[in-house]
Design a protein. Structure first.
Length: 135
């Protein structure tokens, strides 16, 4: 994707629990700490899972997104977590390539202290530079 300061940047995280999996995933946490190049639209976090709790991201002062999902069975299909950001005014000054990371942690055994696993994904935006005539 590409953009400039102030441009809208939607994020959609798709979690797919394969049907060939041996069992459910428990205590799933999806975290997207946004860096200084992205500004979160408060109230924009959405989650398609039935037992999804939006921990952070919908408050006016939140600077990242955190969502928890109790259980995901192998047959559940794709779970979508979506939120909206805009590129901050600092893009283009320090770098023309910005990215954000999404971390997913989960247990493959139920109960307190279940067997922990994790995955990480990253998405990037190339910032387009606008020329401004001076004088």
């Amino acid at each position: 994707a590409s953009g400039d300061a102030g441009d809208f940047v939607p994020f959609v995280v798709e979690l797919e629990h394969g049907v060939s999996s041996a069992g459910a995933a428990y205590d799933i946490v999806v975290a997207a700490p946004l860096n200084e190049y992205f500004e979160l639209y408060a109230g924009s976090v959405r989650c398609s899972a039935v037992d999804c709790t939006i921990v952070s991201g919908n408050g006016g002062s939140d600077t990242g997104v955190s969502v928890s999902i109790g259980t995901s069975e192998p047959s559940v299909g794709v779970i979508e977590i979506a939120f909206d950001t805009r590129l901050s005014e600092t893009v283009g000054y320090r770098t023309v390539n910005v990215s954000s990371v999404v971390d997913v942690t989960y247990d493959s055994s139920s109960g307190a202290g279940g067997r922990a696993d994790a995955v990480t994904a990253s998405a990037g935006v190339v910032v387009s530079m606008s020329r401004v005539a001076v004088g």
